[in-house]
Design a protein around this ligand. Structure first.
Ligand SMILES: C[S@@+](CC[C@H](N)C(=O)[O-])C[C@H]1O[C@@H](n2cnc3c(N)ncnc32)[C@H](O)[C@@H]1O
Length: 204
């Protein structure tokens, strides 16, 4: 394991993901979640403290051991029972129609085969379930988009695509967006801070 994966990536990720503006919007995103919950790309567990108090148990997945170790201290301190699984979102070991709620924050940018993952989420989501998402992606400003395309190869080396059109990706995968806001994160550069926040449901 390289020094980058063991120390630098977790450190940089935690710094970027704990900006003050993100605390507020994580809390807002999670304020109405309910039922059987699956969170994908759990990372270092930053969403854990924003779940509403009625949530007693969640299932979470991630593929990164080092981030999982950092998450463990947050899991230990939480009153929520966390069922942690080291698996990829594009191959889930869950039955069809298992979850009422699926949550993804800043994860659609890093899943290699996002279409396959969204198909898996569709499969395990209950018919009346919802996917809550908070993602960064392709800006709606052509100049920013140009810069995103330019710099994307560098970000891809750190497993992050800057320029994914999150709205189009969701709509192309048998989901209907119920509500979505697109806006720039207050405390981030525009190339990394164009956010898509909302929820969608599955359609046939
Ligand atoms: C930018 S981090 C976001 C972490 C966390 N969701 C947050 O909001 O702080 C992206 C996360 O997605 C995870 N990830 C990448 N590919 C994945 C996959 N195929 N299945 C599950 N998790 C994945 C990474 O390991 C990482 O923890």
């Amino acid at each position: 394991m390289s020094i980058y994966s063991k120390f630098i990536y977790p450190f940089l990720l935690e710094r970027a993901m704990t900006k003050p503006s993100l605390a507020r919007i994580r809390k807002e995103l999670l304020s109405n979640v309910k039922g059987d919950i699956l969170e994908i790309g759990f990372g270092t567990g930053l969403n854990l403290k924003y779940y509403p108090s009625h949530i007693k148990e969640i299932t979470v997945i991630d593929i990164n051991d080092e981030l999982g170790k950092k998450a463990q201290s947050r899991i230990n301190k939480s009153s929520i029972k966390v069922n942690y699984k080291k698996i990829s979102a594009d191959k889930l070991p869950f039955n069809n129609n298992s979850f009422d709620t699926i949550i993804s924050t800043f994860t659609f940018c890093s899943i290699l085969d996002i279409e396959k993952a969204l198909a898996e989420l569709h499969r395990v989501l209950k018919p009346d379930g919802k996917v809550y998402f908070l993602e960064h992606g392709k800006s709606n400003d052509k100049r920013i988009c140009f810069l995103q395309n330019l710099i994307n190869p560098i970000f891809k080396k750190a497993s992050c695509s800057l320029n994914r059109d999150i709205e189009a990706i969701i709509k192309n995968q048998k989901y209907e967006i119920i509500k979505m806001n697109k806006f720039y994160q207050d405390d981030a550069a525009k190339i990394v801070g164009f956010l898509y926040m909302g929820l969608c449901k599955k359609v046939d």
